[in-house]
Design a protein. Sequence first.
Length: 67
Amino acid sequence: MNLVPIILGFTGLLAAYLLYAQVKKYPAGEKNLTDISDEIHLGAMAFMKKEYSILFVFSLILVFGYI
């Protein structure tokens, strides 16, 4: 059994967590900057919801088209 991929996976997760913890130490910014970033996040989430709903219907068509 090869353990290298498992070890590298956990190493990557640890590196991602350490980077996340480092970034969270910095302040979010001024009020107007956080307002703009909140609006961008809201727009991105609306886009993702629409995209995933379309992909879900497309996936259903593909699955039931082959049955």
